[in-house]
Ligand binder design. Structure first.
Ligand SMILES: [Zn+2]
Length: 60
């Protein structure tokens, strides 16, 4: 299989699950559980780490 993009390493901080939903224990007026989402601070919600130095070397 041709591979056009290099596989980016999974973020070790969140193990590839960058966004998590946290249940606050409260319900909204609609009756749904109120949740808040939090993005991984290490990869900013992408789930991958970006090798910035490699980009600079290849000049892409
Ligand atoms: Zn992450």
């Amino acid at each position: 299989m041709p591979q056009h993009t290099l596989p980016r390493p999974i973020c070790g901080h969140c193990d590839g699950f960058p966004t998590v939903a946290i249940t606050t224990g409260q319900t909204t007026p609609d009756g749904h559980r109120h949740t808040i989402t939090a993005d991984c601070p290490a990869c900013h919600g992408t789930g991958h780490i970006t090798p910035a130095r490699a980009y600079a070397r290849t000049g892409r």
